[in-house]
Design a protein around this ligand. Structure first.
Ligand code: ADP
Length: 662
C-alpha cells in the first residue's frame, strides 16, 4: 500500500508554541541588550562623575595650596616686620615679590591696629580712601575678628570696582609682648583668582563658579556654552564664609554610536520578528495544506477500502507497485505477496501463461484496448475467475508517465448470469417452438393425413389389382411411384416438424434465405389454406446469409402466424400475407406485411415486451423472442403500419440482417 504520511505532523497548537519560543527568545535577547547598553551608559555617567569629582578636588586643593602659601608668606612677612628693623622696607620688598609671583593678588596692605593704612602695594588709591573700606563693611568685621583672635582671618566676600567680588585675608602683626602692632591684608578679586589659578584644560571641560549658600554667584570661569548635566559643589575654605566651588561638566557624551547600536538592535529584532511572522504564515499555509492532504488521504483510503473494483498499479517495467484491498480479496493474495511481483504474476493461470504474458506486453506497449479486455485470473486457492481489466496511464504530480493503473472486475458471476440467461432464452425459444408446434399440431396432422391417405388408397388399389390378377407392371409402377412421392411428402412434413422442435445451440452458418422462406411457407401453408390466407413471396433464387437457420425460421414463422391471426377479421379476398426482401449495400431487410387489424398506438411500445398479448390464448413471448434472435444476428426488428393495405389497416414487421455476415 502507498502511505503518503509516515507520521502526522504537529497540530496547529504545537506549531504556535514552536513559533512562540523564538519570539520569546528574541524579546529576552532584546531586553538583555538594551539593559546592557543602559548599564554601559550609566557606567559612563558614573565614570564621568568620578572624573569630575576628582578634578574638582584637585582644583580645590590647588586653590587652597595657593591661598595657604600666600597666607604663610604673609605670616612670615608679619613676623619679619616685627623682628627686622626697617619694617617698611621689608614690607615693600616682600609685598612686591609676592605680587610678582601671585598674579591673583590684587593688593597687599599694611594697616595699623586702628585700621589706618600704613602702606599698600600697589598703592592705586590714597590710604585714606582705602581705610574707608575697612569701616563698617564686612572687611571691618574680619579685621576686628583677626585683631581679636590674633590669627589670620578671611573676610566675607564683598564687591568692589563695580560688581567684582573680592575677599580679603587679614594677618595680624604681633609686636612686643604679644601685642598686635598692625595688620597685613591681601586682597583677592575672586574672578582674578579663578582666572589665574584654574588651568586652561580645566575650563575646556568644566565651568567653575564661586557661589555662596544662597547660590549667589561671585565669580565664574568658563570657555564653553550650553547646559551641563553633571555638577559638583564643594566648600571653598579658605576663604570659607559659606563660599562654595561649583563645577559643572559640559562634556556631552557622544551617544551617537550607542544610539546607532540601539537602532540597529531594534531594527534587527524587528527584522527577525518580520521573518518569524513570514515563517509563521508559511507554516500556517503548510499546516493547512497538510491538513487538506490528510483528509484527502483519509478520503482516498476510505474510498479504496469501500471499492469492490480491484486496483493494481504497475511501473513502466511491469512490476506491481500498488494493489488495493479489493484486488487482494479478489485474488486471495496479500499486499506483500503482490507488491513487487514481476511476470509471471502469482495470479496468472498457469495454462494461460503465454496469453497473459502477451497481454502484459501489450499493456506495457500502451496498446491495451481502451474498452477493456477479459482475462482468466487464478486465486491463491487455485480457483479460476474471469476478470475484466481496464488499463490507464499512471501520471504523477509532475505530469510524468510512471506506469499503468488497472481496474479489475471479477466478472465470473456476471458471466455465469449471462450464461444462465442465455440458456433460459434458449429454453424459452425452444418452448416457444414447442408451443407453436402444439398450436399447429392439428393442422399438421391433417397435412400428414393427406399423403398417408393417398398412400393407403394407392396401396389398396395395388392390392386390388394384384387380387384381380390384372396387375400390369406398368400400373403397379405408376402406383408405387405415387406412393413413394406421398411417402416423401409425409417424410418431409415429419422432418420439418422434427427439425423445428430440435434442441440445438444457436450457431450462425451460411444458408440461403430463399430456402429458409420456402421452408417456412411449406410449414404454414396448410394453416394458411385453412384460414383462406394467400401467401405472396418473390424470393430471389440466390441470397446467401450467415444465420442460424432454425432461429431465422422461428422468426419468420412467428411473424407469418401473427399476420395470419391478425387477418382473422379481414374479408377472405384481402387476406394476403406478403413476404418481401429488399437489400442495400450493407444489409438485407425482410418484411412480413398483412392487411389485418393493425396495431393500436398504445400497444406499439409494449409489443416486444415479454408476455404482452392481446389474444385470449396467447402467451406474448413470440415477438420478444423474435427481437432477441434478430439482435443475436446483429440486426433490428421493428413494426410499421401497412400503407398499401386495401382494408385501410394492416401491419408490416421488418427486420434486417447485416450483409457482411453472409
Ligand atoms: P402472442 O401472439 O402469443 O400474443 P406475440 O409476442 O407474438 O405473442 O404478439 C404479441 C401481440 O402483438 C399480439 O397479442 C398482438 O396483439 C400483437 N401483434 C403481433 N403481430 C401483429 C400483427 N401482425 N397485427 C396486429 N397485431 C399484432
Amino acid at each position: 500500500m502507498i502511505t503518503p504520511f509516515a507520521s502526522p505532523p504537529g497540530n496547529p497548537r504545537h506549531i504556535r508554541w514552536l513559533l512562540a519560543l523564538p519570539k520569546f527568545g528574541i524579546i529576552l535577547l532584546l531586553t538583555a541588550l538594551l539593559a546592557l547598553l543602559w548599564l554601559l551608559h550609566r557606567n559612563e555617567i558614573e565614570e564621568e562623575r568620578a572624573a569630575l569629582i576628582k578634578d574638582v578636588l584637585w582644583l580645590e586643593q590647588n586653590l587652597q595650596f595657593h591661598l595657604n602659601s600666600n597666607e604663610e608668606q604673609l605670616q612670615q612677612l608679619s613676623m619679619d616686620m616685627n623682628t627686622l628693623s626697617d619694617s617698611r622696607k621689608v614690607f615693600r620688598l616682600r609685598a612686591e615679590h609676592m605680587l610678582r609671583n601671585s598674579p591673583e593678588i590684587a593688593q597687599i596692605l599694611w594697616l595699623s591696629p586702628d585700621r589706618k593704612v600704613i602702606d599698600a602695594l600697589p598703592s592705586t588709591a590714597p590710604p585714606e580712601q582705602e581705610i574707608e573700606t575697612f569701616g563698617p563693611s564686612s572687611i571691618g568685621k574680619a579685621f576686628d575678628l583677626a585683631l581679636h583672635i590674633g590669627k589670620p582671618h578671611y573676610s566675607d566676600p564683598f564687591f568692589l570696582e563695580g560688581n567684582r567680588a573680592h575677599v580679603e585675608l587679614l594677618v595680624p602683626i604681633h609686636g612686643e609682648g604679644q601685642q598686635i602692632s598692625g595688620m597685613l591684608a591681601l586682597l583677592y578679586p575672586l574672578d582674578t583668582l579663578l582666572a589665574n589659578q584654574v588651568p586652561w584644560w580645566f575650563t575646556e571641560k568644566y565651568k567653575v563658579e564661586i557661589i555662596d549658600d544662597n547660590e549667589q554667584l561671585y565669580a565664574a570661569k568658563t570657555r564653553i556654552e550650553g547646559n551641563g548635566d553633571q555638577r559638583y559643589v564643594i566648600p571653598f575654605d579658605p576663604p570659607g564664609a559659606g563660599l562654595q566651588l561649583r563645577v559643572t561638566s559640559y562634556r556631552t557624551p557622544d551617544n551617537s554610536v550607542q544610539r546607532s547600536l540601539v537602532a540597529a538592535i531594534v531594527l534587527l529584532a524587528a527584522g527577525v520578528f518580520w521573518s518569524l511572522w513570514l515563517v509563521r504564515d508559511l507554516m500556517k499555509k503548510r499546516s493547512r495544506a497538510e491538513e487538506a492532504l490528510r483528509s484527502e488521504h483519509a478520503f482516498r483510503a476510505a474510498m479504496e477500502d469501500s471499492l469492490t473494483v480491484g486496483m493494481r498499479a504497475r511501473d513502466l517495467q511491469g512490476k506491481v507497485v500498488y494493489v488495493n484491498p479489493a484486488f487482494c480479496k479478489m485474488t486471495g493474495f496479500s499486499v506483500d505477496e503482490l507488491v513487487g511481483a514481476t511476470p509471471p504474476m502469482p495470479y496468472w493461470a498457469p495454462e494461460q501463461l503465454e496469453e497473459s504474458y502477451a497481454m502484459h506486453q501489450t499493456v506495457l506497449a500502451g496498446e491495451a484496448p481502451p474498452d477493456g479486455f477479459e482475462m482468466t485470473f487464478m486465486r491463491k486457492n487455485g480457483e479460476r475467475f474471469n476478470a475484466l481489466v481496464y488499463e490507464a496511464k499512471l501520471i504523477d504530480g509532475n505530469g510524468k508517465h510512471t506506469g499503468w493503473m488497472a481496474s479489475v472486475l471479477d466478472i465470473t458471476e456476471r458471466k455465469r448470469a449471462e450464461e444462465l440467461a442465455r440458456q433460459q432464452q434458449e429454453q424459452l425459444q425452444f418452448t416457444s417452438r414447442l408451443v407453436t408446434m402444439g398450436e399447429m399440431a392439428s393442422t399438421l396432422a391433417h397435412e400428414l393425413n393427406q399423403p398417408l391417405a393417398a398412400i393407403a388408397s394407392y396401396n389398396t388399389g395395388c392390392l386390388n389389382l394384384l387380387a384381380n390378377g390384372q396387375a400390369q407392371p406398368e400400373d403397379l409402377r405408376s402406383a408405387l411411384e405415387k406412393i413413394s412421392t406421398q411417402a416423401q411428402r409425409a417424410g418431409k412434413i415429419i422432418r420439418r416438424v422434427h427439425d423445428f422442435v430440435r434442441k440445438s445451440e444457436p450457431k450462425r452458418a451460411p444458408c440461403q434465405l430463399g430456402d429458409v422462406i420456402e421452408d417456412c411457407i411449406g410449414f404454414i401453408e396448410a394453416e394458411a389454406r385453412k384460414h383462406h390466407v394467400r401467401i405472396e413471396c418473390d424470393t430471389p433464387p440466390e441470397l446467401p446469409v450467415l444465420a442460424d437457420r432454425l432461429l431465422l425460421e422461428q422468426v419468420l414463422l412467428n411473424l407469418m402466424r401473427n399476420g395470419m391471426e391478425a387477418m382473422a377479421g379481414t374479408p377472405p379476398a384481402h387476406r394476403v400475407l406478403r413476404i418481401g426482401i429488399a437489400s442495400s449495400a450493407s444489409e438485407l431487410c425482410i418484411s412480413v406485411s398483412d392487411n389485418g387489424c393493425g396495431i393500436p398506438p398504445e400497444a406499439r411500445d409494449k409489443l416486444f415486451i415479454a408476455f404482452f398479448t392481446t389474444k385470449p390464448e396467447g402467451m406474448g413471448i413470440g415477438l420478444s423472442i423474435c427481437r432477441s434472435i434478430i439482435e443475436f444476428h446483429r440486426g433490428r426488428l421493428w413494426t410499421e403500419d401497412n400503407p398499401h393495405s386495401p382494408t385501410g389497416s394492416g401491419t408490416i414487421f421488418r427486420f434486417t440482417l447485416p450483409l457482411e455476415s453472409a
